[in-house]
Ligand binder design. Sequence first.
Ligand SMILES: Nc1ncnc2c1ncn2[C@@H]1O[C@H](COP(=O)(O)OP(=O)(O)OP(=O)(O)O)[C@@H](O)[C@H]1O
Ligand SMILES: [Mg+2]
Length: 455
Amino acid sequence: MGGILVVEDDESLNILIEKKLRKRGFKVDAVRSGEEARELIEQGGYDVVLIDIKLTDMSGLDLLRELSPHTNAKFIVITGYGDVSTAVEAMKAGASDFIQKPFSFDILEVSIDKALKEKRLEEENRALKSFLFDKEHEITFETRSPAFNNILQMVEGAARSDINILLRGETGTGKEVLARYVHRLSERRDKPFIVVDCGAIPEHLFESELFGHEKGAYTGATSRKLGLVELADGGTLFLDEIGEIPLPVQSKLLRFVETRRFRRVGGLKENRVDVRIISATNRDLKDMVRRGEFRSDLLYRINTMEVEIPPLRERKEDIPLLVDAFLKRYRKKIRKETLRKLMDYDWPGNIRELRNAIERASLLSKGEYIDENLCLPAEERREACIENVFSSMPSLKDLELLYTAYLYRKLGSVNKVAKVLGCSRRTVFRKLRELRERDGDLEGSPLSELGIDLN
Ligand SMILES: Nc1ncnc2c1ncn2[C@@H]1O[C@H](COP(=O)(O)OP(=O)(O)OP(=O)(O)O)[C@@H](O)[C@H]1O
Ligand SMILES: [Mg+2]
């Protein structure tokens, strides 16, 4: 706690306030002039400044106006009895509260407590914001989506506890990003965050990767190896793609999740670690349980808190915020129309796809603004191109080829194309062949922009 500065020119009141506040456990400095107050406040370090509005050498209100923009201290002003208008002025100037003379010390204490609480909240907010936008990785948790906001509040609330969290969501929605966020908000932030990529570990290696092995545990085990759970001790263990874990391994994992105890492969001794477990999956684990592919008791253990991250198409209002974050590093801008198109697109690869698109466009665009054609995914560009096709006034023949090619790309089989066009398969083949033959001189025509690969 920083402390309280009392600025009161009435000597007896000054001494009384100082004494009373000290008695109630506050750290107090007391001065009688505005000049002394200014000097001390400028040095910083006070949580609360209790200031009389009428000082002998200057107006407390003026001093408040002068100093409050430059200090994090909270001001409580003391006004004369019935001087409401000065009190209002003081609040406008940034005071957090006012009390009127004569006042009881209980009321003063309540007011100080309130100011201290306000200050603490402000500080926490700032600390949080400073890494809400993580410049290095362009991560932002700024959101306009009520659904995502809910999620943030949920995980922020749970971060300090050790409860197991299961993050569900499509690919690229930010499951790992969110897991790291929880870790950073937790008391474990200075300890390791260890990712277990469950989908990438072959079944026969799982146990030894996770729990380690003793020397000679099996052929090739030439020395003792620590498992991932031991590396995570004190920190967070992130079980990514947990739905990929084979059933036999699930039983072993279950025991660990329940007890945080494990044995290295080939070892007799039981070890214990202190880890927080966060799991992630893009699969429907409940359905896997029904089909007998995932243990229900394991699911029950890992999903003490379950968080479903919405796909980007369900939080499109956040696209501008994310784009902003991604563009910063490249010092590029985006036109309103481009942004609108990005918001119309569904982003099946979610935030990852959006980020890749913006990075690609930033790197390839020449001017100050990113080129729309470079950041919209290829599919979208082609659709847009088809819409624009009439404006290039193609011949009927071109149009025919164009439409055939379009159908072929969409349906993927000559049979289906023939059905739609109401012609024979042979005709479709002929058109496609013609298209391929003309491929060379299609540069710049709408056909070439379709980017059709017939091979
Ligand atoms: N809040 C965010 N702010 C900025 N970028 C983000 C955010 N969340 C995710 N991303 C971007 O999306 C990428 C994918 O995120 P992440 O790896 O967390 O997704 P995931 O859900 O784990 O995907 P997968 O299921 O494919 O593993 C990140 O590398 C990052 O570039
Ligand atoms: Mg992931």
